[in-house]
Design a protein around this ligand. Structure first.
Ligand SMILES: C[S@@+](CC[C@H](N)C(=O)[O-])C[C@H]1O[C@@H](n2cnc3c(N)ncnc32)[C@H](O)[C@@H]1O
Length: 303
């Protein structure tokens, strides 16, 4: 498959796919990623389009276009000036060609990147309206909640397809909403009962199921496939007076006893000490005084 990635944070866009495909085997040309493993691409947050790979070559090879053609076609390319010429090549090789420029059944895309030509047939375009689940549109709103698209990306970084995801610092449930939306079982806990009430309200609003309880992340034990969380930043979100770094380290030490994988987001000023191996780490600038670090932590004995 060919994945046309969002360029906002390319490292996250790539890792979302690799986590779900459970592979390191891929090719990358600018923001075009080619990976053989099939994944449920409809759940991706940071991929804009997905194509079935037709060819990757230095020139346009002989292709049986009939094999990929359905009802009508159009050609799209990052070199718009080439579209007519490319459409001509396909047209000549088809028995009964029909061009349809909008909503065509067979959209052939050609990416000219350095010395390579990558061609694919579009199979998916991301139209998921993440914005309709924006934190300020939910009944249980606190400004600490992150945007749904980023929340979905964090869920995907965990690679979890089935089983339970636990957010031990769930707040209003923003991360878990995006997991529940794609059918993953979720458990949320938070030290603040007001947050738990807001999370319950939010899930009710979207008619989604979850288990929520008041608990301290440093002592609670929940069996799950992975933890996905954004603990307090130490400014707006409440830390219940514990030093923030201490809270992170105590939680990670506790989690190491029973959790194999943790996807965690934090300000890049926080230094963590952990036995977990850092499988992936990237930073995302938010504003002058906040750059977030996003990490996948894994036990060394797991894959
Ligand atoms: C950044 S907010 C999480 C926001 C959340 N992702 C959302 O969508 O609303 C961090 C949360 O950690 C909670 N918290 C602070 N200390 C905690 C602890 N020791 N155990 C569990 N939760 C804690 C706070 O009450 C706060 O809701």
């Amino acid at each position: 498959m060919i994945y046309e990635l969002s360029k906002d944070n390319l490292k996250i866009s790539i890792q979302e796919i690799l986590s779900l495909a459970d592979t390191e085997d891929y090719e990358l040309y600018d923001n075009i990623l080619i990976c053989k493993k099939i994944i449920d691409y409809k759940r991706l947050a940071c991929t804009n389009n997905v194509y079935e790979l037709i060819f990757i070559d230095n020139k346009i090879p002989e292709i049986n276009w009939e094999k990929y053609y359905e009802e009508n076609f159009c050609v799209r390319s990052n070199k718009a000036s080439k579209e007519k010429e490319l459409a001509g090549i396909i047209w000549k090789s088809l028995k009964t060609p029909k061009v349809k420029l909008r909503n065509s059944k067979s959209e052939f895309n050609f990416f000219f990147i350095k010395d390579k030509i990558i061609c694919g047939k579009k199979v998916f375009e991301r139209t998921e309206p993440f914005h309709i689940r924006r934190p300020d549109l939910r009944p249980g709103f606190f400004p600490v909640s992150l945007k749904p698209k980023l929340a979905r990306a964090l869920i995907n970084l965990s690679g979890v397809k089935k089983g339970i995801i636990w957010d031990p610092f769930c707040g209003t449930g923003g991360i878990l909403l995006e997991a529940a939306m794609i059918g993953i079982k979720v458990i949320g806990t938070d030290i603040d009962p007001i947050m738990i009430r807001a999370a319950k309200e939010n899930f009710k609003h979207y008619n989604l199921k979850a288990t929520f309880n008041v608990a301290d992340a440093r002592t609670e034990i929940i069996k799950c496939k992975a933890v996905v969380c954004d603990p307090p930043y130490g400014r707006r979100a409440s830390t219940k007076k514990t030093e923030v770094e201490e809270l992170y380290n105590e939680f990670l030490e506790h989690a190491y006893n029973f959790i194999d994988k943790v996807v965690i987001m934090m300000p890049n000023t926080i230094k963590i000490k952990t036995k977990y191996k850092i499988k992936f780490s990237t930073e995302q600038f938010v504003h002058g005084s906040l750059t977030r670090r996003i990490m996948i932590l894994e036990k060394t004995n797991t894959k």
